[in-house]
Write a protein that binds this ligand. Structure first.
Ligand SMILES: NC(=O)C1=CN([C@@H]2O[C@H](COP(=O)(O)OP(=O)(O)OC[C@H]3O[C@@H](n4cnc5c(N)ncnc54)[C@H](OP(=O)(O)O)[C@@H]3O)[C@@H](O)[C@H]2O)C=CC1
Ligand SMILES: O=CCCC(=O)O
Length: 346
């Protein structure tokens, strides 16, 4: 069921690649959304992907938020943006977005507001702080937090949002810069189910599939588990690249061998060639990967689950941060291993 859903949703995605004249208008996305929603929700409730009518707010225009908001605008949605560093709004304004000077003003002028912030602190501040989104919310409005945060922060945000009478959905995403640009993200949602159904057409503009996971906290937990696996995989891959080179193999050949076998992953094929060249163009900042490992370790501790591989990986990401690599792509963690090898030789 889930596998079939995945294929169906992927097949719908190339609509975003159509020339502007043939691009689907947001309000006309119902058929695409209906087709995808009927099969792509893990709950299998066949929510029908009702069309979205209303104004959409978007807070946080970093690596992920900017292309996500941009896809909504290109699909014909009426989008209002805000970002702490105002200049990052300019490309979206050129595409036709409106601007409001605070999260509160975005939320009060829109029907549904999305937030894509760096970490738990910034997500809480933008939602609940002074001039935060909650100050502009009211019954009938919705707030969808797509940032990667821990469950406790998400619950705190959700409680503040729902205290205004508005609805709350957490919806962190799997997929990086390129899937965000291509509208191929995977949404891991939890919280208000009617808000989930209401924003389904918008999620389908930005993503290829979506999962509704129940209570607030479940989306955050799913995202952290996925990212802890990813962070450990990247460390293991880095160790393999370095070892292959040390024993006289060509690491590029290792990348190719891995790509053809059972452990093949798009991440290895995508990042391997540039890692061999010690180049780390940022798609997923290393500081965010380390944040996710820190949050995953806390999640594991909360249920007395041992995750020693993740704990070891986390130490390497911390070491990479202390080498000044926080804003590089997370694949730069390989540099921490190189530094370790170098220091053990001295
Ligand atoms: N990049 C990726 O591949 C993916 C990232 N994620 C997650 O998505 C979220 C965003 O990631 P990404 O776009 O890469 O990150 P960026 O670092 O590119 O963007 C972070 C955003 O948060 C804003 N921000 C940071 N601190 C504050 C603050 N105190 N108050 C208000 N705004 C603040 C930034 O504003 P400003 O421009 O002013 O700095 C910016 O808009 C993170 O939670 C990340 O873990 C999830 C999936 C993939
Ligand atoms: O949180 C970042 C996830 C990156 C990815 O899924 O490729």
């Amino acid at each position: 069921m889930a596998a079939a859903a995945f294929l169906c949703a992927r097949a719908a995605a190339p609509a975003l690649l159509l020339p502007p004249s043939r691009r689907l208008h947001c309000r006309l996305l119902a058929s695409r959304a209906a087709a995808a929603a009927a099969l792509s929700s893990s709950s299998g409730e066949g929510d029908g992907g009702v069309e979205f009518q209303g104004k959409v707010g978007f807070l946080g225009l970093g690596i992920m938020g900017a292309p996500m908001a941009s896809n909504l605008i290109k699909a014909g949605c009426d989008v209002t943006v805000w970002n702490r560093t105002k200049s990052k709004c300019d490309p979206l304004l050129s595409l036709g977005a409106k601007y409001e000077p605070s999260p509160a003003e975005v939320a009060s002028s829109c029907d549904v507001t999305f937030a894509m912030l760096a970490d738990p602190q910034s997500a809480a501040e933008v939602a609940c702080g002074a001039d935060g989104a909650a100050e502009g919310l009211a019954p009938g409005k919705g707030y969808v937090d797509v940032s990667t945060v821990d469950g406790a922060t998400s619950k705190l945000i959700g409680e503040r949002i729902t205290s205004t009478g508005a609805s709350f959905l957490e919806a962190p995403v799997s997929g990086s810069k390129k899937p965000a640009e291509d509208g191929l993200l995977i949404f891991l949602t939890a919280g208000d189910e009617s808000l989930y159904k209401r924003v389904a057409p918008l999620l389908d503009v930005m993503g290829k599939s979506r999962f509704y996971l129940g209570d607030v906290g479940n989306g955050a937990a799913m995202k952290l588990v996925v990212n802890m696996v990813m962070g450990s995989m990247m460390v293991s891959f880095s160790e393999g690249l370095l070892l292959s080179e040390k024993v006289g193999l060509d690491p590029n050949t290792l990348v190719e061998v891995i790509s053809q076998g059972a452990i093949s992953a798009p991440m290895f094929s995508l990042k391997g060639p540039s890692m061999v060249k010690a180049a780390y163009p940022t798609a997923f900042p290393l500081k965010h990967q380390q944040k996710d490992l820190r949050l995953a370790l806390a999640l594991a501790e909360s249920v007395s689950q041992s995750i020693p591989t993740v704990a070891a990986a986390n130490e390497l990401y911390k070491a990479a941060k202390s080498l000044g690599l926080a804003d590089h792509d997370f694949s730069a963690v390989i540099e921490a291993l190189k530094a370790k090898a170098h220091s053990s030789l001295q």
